[in-house]
Ligand binder design. Structure first.
Ligand code: GLC
Length: 755
């Protein structure tokens, strides 16, 4: 409780409130974005997510009205009361978000007796009652309020009635909907209610907690163990505005290199160059397009990062160049844990320069990861990031094309790092408690900078752990899922929520990482994943192999078919990234993002949109060969069955094992390339446009697909309009230096897929 407002003053975009003991701030960052800030820990934001804070003057008015101080922008009214209670209204006076004034209602404590009985059977229980956090905000929750976002959390799309924690966690158990935390911490959520939509980003890197009505149906809360109360409120006419507002502050997913959208193969346990060569050979032999092979920890010398296992993998660079000749790119895994070994240069350099995290007593902190005893680079220190960035040269010089950052929660096999392990936060000494959730973020950032400096290309980084804003530096995969139908089902909401949380370039391990994949599951997984930006089949050492050919001809044919479809649709995906860098909107989208007024889509977990034009309804149930598909308003056209569907209703759609129901919205103009065995096998001379009925407008981008020239304007933007089956082609921008030799129009009935 901050007490009475004693005074307030306007300072630029900030309104500074004095309460007896401390100050608190409301800062207007844009007419639809405000920051609420109580500096409990320190006076600066020290945000890891928002690196460039907008500082253009925003027009707003401050006045006293009754017992509140009101701050009015073009779009919002923020009312500030004693105790720093805050209510936020739309300009028309509709209440959007109100602080809850009552006390929290926690669950009664369990009796000693109940606890003892539960424990007797081995249940893991705590007395449980909820906690008042040092830093917290409690907001009124409406009866009909839904919650989306929060990064990679398990479960379904709508997070209402659940609670979550933000504490990057590597838990190899099968991820179920009662998991509160996974690998990523993105404390951003969107709430949708009858009166409107808004988003909140709680920018606090400490262990934080979010409870969306599980404790009490009258309120939801977010809180953290320490740090500041520092959150951003985003309003908008529609949900897409909120996503754009969030990425306006934390950054958008940048346009990737074109080849990174191709198919990728990985496995932990490809234990020699011979195995890799064989995998590469089989892809070409079976004519299954593939762009990339990942090298898991097996390629390293005793799991020492930035080394090469010559015994099993031959001379450094040899294998990479060999498979490069066959059109494969190589991505290598790099973990943060550095093996304790006096004879290992990375360890020695780090020790000599004081680059590893330390105990409070000043000794280098040691835990264990794959290489055994290991130490942790202190990525919050800019010097350590520069050192680590430089280390990427080792890989780049060998011809490696992308870097996969794993175990960066950070994982630790001898129990969690104690809260007081000493880390650095830029220019200040900090702790594990404060830096844990940004460890993966800072590692990915260092990796990105290193690859960029070494190659001049758009870096391809994949991370497991991250924080809000990591999308600027890295793509992400959802970690160690398993070959379970429930995990296939979860892939849709999980990837969609990551997209709503700014992370557009994401994917799951196709086929599942742990447990044994089945032929049917692999088919259904590839059918779903064909639209997940990160398109990688990966599995764990010890599980049965799950490359497309492992289950016989039928499964291989289905895999090939959908991988070919992916290569046909590459220009559509690339266009979405091109647009996404500007708008912040993701590639994979839950239907609620564009049809938020339609109650049918609020909890739709087994369909998704790709951009605005395609709707995918994959089969995610074992044995199913048909499924119900909901169509939002408009007319939709089946890509493969060539049927017409009317929106606002459900249809039963046939989906035998070799089919995934995919539909195009009326007016769609779909850009398509010819299938190649890998990106750039031949020049993309011909662009096909599949034209669907209705009126359409579409912008297609073309550039070198590799470096940053597009940011200087070196790209083409074609503009297509369709009306009554007639297409007009225009060129909005013609600066790439090359154009297609031919642009061919194809009527949707005649479109040939999988070929
Ligand atoms: C972790 C990763 C997994 C990887 C394995 C070995 O479990 O999540 O993808 O294969 O480590 O490096």
């Amino acid at each position: 409780m901050l007490g009475e407002i004693r005074d307030y003053q306007v300072d630029g975009n900030k309104v500074c409130f004095s309460f007896g003991e401390r100050e608190a701030f409301v800062e207007v960052l844009r007419e639809d974005i405000v920051n609420i800030f109580v500096p409990y820990e320190c006076n600066e934001h020290r945000s890891k997510a928002i690196e460039v804070r907008p500082d253009e003057k925003v027009v707003f008015e401050v006045a006293e009205a009754g017992d509140a101080v009101t701050i009015c922008t073009e779009k919002l009214i923020v009312k500030v009361y004693n105790d720093f209670y805050i209510d936020i209204y739309k300009k028309d006076g509709t209440l959007l978000c109100a602080d809850y004034r009552g006390a929290r209602r926690m669950r009664p404590l369990l009796s000693e007796k109940s606890l003892a009985v539960l424990k007797a059977e081995g249940h893991e229980v705590s007395a449980g009652s909820g906690t008042e956090y040092k830093v917290q905000a409690v907001k009124v929750m409406d009866a009909n309020e839904k919650f989306y976002g929060l990064g990679d959390k398990t479960g379904f799309l709508n997070k209402r009635d659940y609670e979550f924690e933000n504490w990057n966690t590597d838990n190899p158990q099968a991820h179920t909907e009662d998991f509160r935390a996974l690998y990523k911490s993105i404390p951003f959520f969107i709430t949708l209610k009858d009166t409107g939509v808004y988003g909140i980003f709680f920018d606090n890197t400490y262990h934080s907690y979010m409870n969306f009505g599980k404790e009490c149906r009258d309120y939801y809360y977010f809180g953290a163990e320490n740090g500041n109360l520092d959150y951003y409120f985003f309003s908008g006419e529609k949900m897409a505005d909120v996503v754009s507002g969030y990425t306006y502050l934390t950054g958008t997913t940048p346009l990737p290199q074109f080849w990174t959208l191709g198919y990728q193969q990985s496995r932990w346990g490809y234990d020699s160059a011979a195995v890799i060569r064989d995998v590469a050979k089989k892809y070409r032999e079976y004519e299954i397009p593939c762009d990339t092979i990942h090298l898991d920890i097996d390629y390293m010398e005793g799991y020492r990062v930035f080394t090469w296992n010559e015994k099993d993998y031959g001379k450094p660079g040899k294998l990479i160049n060999e498979i490069k000749d066959a059109g494969f790119k190589t991505v290598c895994i790099i973990d943060p844990g550095v093996k304790v070994d006096e004879n290992y240069d990375v360890y020695r350099e780090g020790i000599e320069n004081g680059y590893f995290a330390k105990t409070p007593e000043g000794d280098v902190y040691v835990n264990a990861v794959w290489p055994g005893d290991a130490v942790y680079p202190d990525f919050g220190n800019p010097k350590v990031r520069t050192w680590w960035a430089g280390k990427q040269n080792y890989l780049m010089d060998m011809g490696v094309d992308g870097v996969w950052n794993d175990m960066n929660e950070p994982a630790s096999f001898h129990g969690e790092l104690p809260a007081d392990v000493v880390f650095t936060d830029e220019d200040l000494q900090s702790t594990h408690a404060a830096m844990h959730n940004v460890y993966g973020h800072n590692m990915a950032k260092a990796t990105y900078e290193g690859i960029k400096a070494a190659s001049g290309k758009r870096p391809f980084v994949i991370t497991r752990a991250c924080y809000a804003g990591s999308q600027k530096y890295t793509t992400a995969w959802t970690g160690d899922n398993q070959s379970l139908w429930s995990h296939l089902q979860m892939a849709i909401p999980q990837l969609c929520n990551l997209g709503l949380s700014g992370m557009s370039f994401v994917g799951t391990d196709i086929g599942g990482f742990g447990a044994d994949c089945t032929p049917e599951l692999l088919c259904r997984w590839i059918e779903l994943a064909v639209f997940s930006p990160l398109f990688r089949n990966h599995s764990s050492n010890g599980c049965i192999y799950q490359e497309p050919w492992q289950f016989g001809k039928e499964v291989m044919d289905i895999n090939r078919k959908f991988i070919k479809l992916r290569y046909q649709l590459l220009p559509y995906l690339y266009d979405l990234f091109f647009e996404g860098e500007k708008t912040g909107l993701p590639v994979m989208r839950p239907l609620v993002l564009h049809y938020e007024k339609d109650p049918e889509v609020w909890n739709l977990n087994d369909e998704f949109l790709v951009g605005e034009n395609l709707l995918a309804a994959p089969v995610v149930m074992q044995g199913a060969t048909r499924r119900m598909v909901y169509f939002p308003v408009g007319t939709w056209y089946g890509l493969f069955d060539k049927k017409e569907y009317q929106g606002g209703r459900y249809y039963m759609v046939e989906a035998p094992l070799d089919t995934c129901p995919i539909f195009a919205k009326e007016g769609t103009i779909l850009p398509v390339y010819e299938v190649m065995q890998y990106v750039g096998e031949r020049p993309y001379d011909v662009l096909k446009l599949v034209v669907y009925p209705g009126e359409g407008h579409y912008v297609h981008y073309q550039d070198n697909g590799t470096d940053f020239a597009y940011r200087e304007g070196y790209y083409n933007a074609y503009e297509f309009e369709s009306r009554d089956g007639k297409l007009t082609i225009g060129m909005r921008k013609d600066a790439y230096g090359k154009t297609y030799k031919e642009i061919e129009t194809v009527d949707w009935h005649d479109a040939k897929w999988f070929a």
